[in-house]
Design a protein around this ligand. Sequence first.
Ligand code: NAD
Length: 523
Amino acid sequence: MIKLLALVASKINLLRNEILQIFSALQTGMSLEEQSQRVFGTVRAAFRSEKTLDIRFRKQQLLALERFLRDESQMLLDALHADLHKCTFEGDAAEIFLVQAEIAYHLNNIDSWVAPKAAGDKGVAFAFDTCLLHPQPLGVALIIGAWNYPIHLVLMPLVGAISAGCCAILKPSEVSSRSAAALQALDNYLDSECYRVVNGAADVATALLQQPFDHIFYTGGNEVGKIVMEAAAKHLTPVTLEMGGKSPCVVDGNSDLDVVARRILYGKFSNAGQICVSPDYVLCEKPVQSLLVDALQKAYKQFFKTDPKQSSDYCRIINRRHFDRVRKLIDPAKVKIGGEVDESELYIALTVMTDVGPDDPAMKEEIFGPVLPIVTVRDKEEAIEIINSRENPLVIYVFSSDKSFVDKVQRKTSSGTLIVNDTLSFILVPNLPFGGVGNSGTGRYHGYATFTTFSNMRTVMKRSLALEFLNKARYPPYTIQNLAWMKWAMQLKRTGILRLFSFLVIFLAIATIAILRFFGRLS
Ligand code: NAD
């Protein structure tokens, strides 16, 4: 009865959002495009007012975001539970605490991040010039979130947008409707001219994408990723695309399989496998498979003493569409652990399948659910071949104590991230940039990378109008001697003593000429 009421409430909420949208459109008599244009115009005007250039303003907004997370934590946790049956532990750790940690990291570092940085090696020719990288906010950003971590996926990039001095429009996923509605309360905390939450479905995202944003930060599937990139191309807007794919998990028989099983199961169990970085499938040699299944069974019993369905820690599938999609990936003949489903609760047990072929349905698409197929390989080389025959994944997990094999995987494969002997935990390291490559995404964030994502790392060079005689070599009439002199003065490749010597020679030459000219003018 309670579940039914929760389902009805969530449907009403979804309807409420849609009705509000239609109502506001009717009330204003404006189309979605016109409304998007208006919101964009307001936020752009706020950006142009230069209030986000003030570092104190940025810090205030970061603190206001922190206050939102603290004051509204229960509302957020309730919304996450209503959307995904997400328990307090996972909701608090992944959606609230991680964002708070990101805020703290940005507050601790913002002063040094916004400071201009010396560009480094300039060559002797420019030794007296100022060459800098000066971070400048890109402008107005659009942040489009996905449903699996509905709070985290819009607020983590927002932290970087704020610290970089951007304004932002947030478009949370309509699929996680309760969390999207909860995020609307941000309007009570943040400067509502600079930061706006706009709720709605694909039509709202489409209307927003027509605006000339200065950056688009998108999280979601590849197909929509292509739509976003196409829309961005119309305005030559830079994009960050955080997408997914099938992240493989290679298990070498030389590892402690009890530990390996616990770590894999943890990665697959969290959020019921609805994580972009969840281990999607396992690759191991045939003799390792049965040992691994035994170890997985042991871990399974440790995690859920009885039935995982009764565990308050276990999430549900987000909606009927995804439930049907994931259920179809289970081949009952190959199930070794789990396999139970309950449509009325959108429940799918943590399921392990063995001897899955590369052409089985579970290997055709990203699983994004609690199903773990094991594919056996001839040898470890074949595991690398299988990985390389597919699109670049977001993550490759390798469980092995064989350093030469780990090195080989690192050398021969490509992915957004490579993790050895664990799953998921890398997300907790604030300064490990997170993102994909090729099909799994473009661009990175977390920590300093989020700041640079929303910044134009502007090149600034400041020269003096004095010492013009030093520039004569570059002007016509060109001579071979001048060319040789310029090449020598601009060389960056010399190292050690030779480089120091060159620098000293040119420094002394310039100083001597300058002094002679100075006294020449005086006399
Ligand atoms: P989704 O359905 O929530 O869609 C993502 C966003 O795109 C939503 O805000 C939605 O409104 C918007 N959208 C949908 N159709 C659109 C359209 N035609 N035009 C413009 N916008 C549109 O999420 P999803 O796509 O089901 O997300 C799951 C995928 O996201 C998986 O592939 C997963 O791996 C990936 N993902 C990646 C990360 C990451 O950080 N790399 C994190 C979470 C999820």
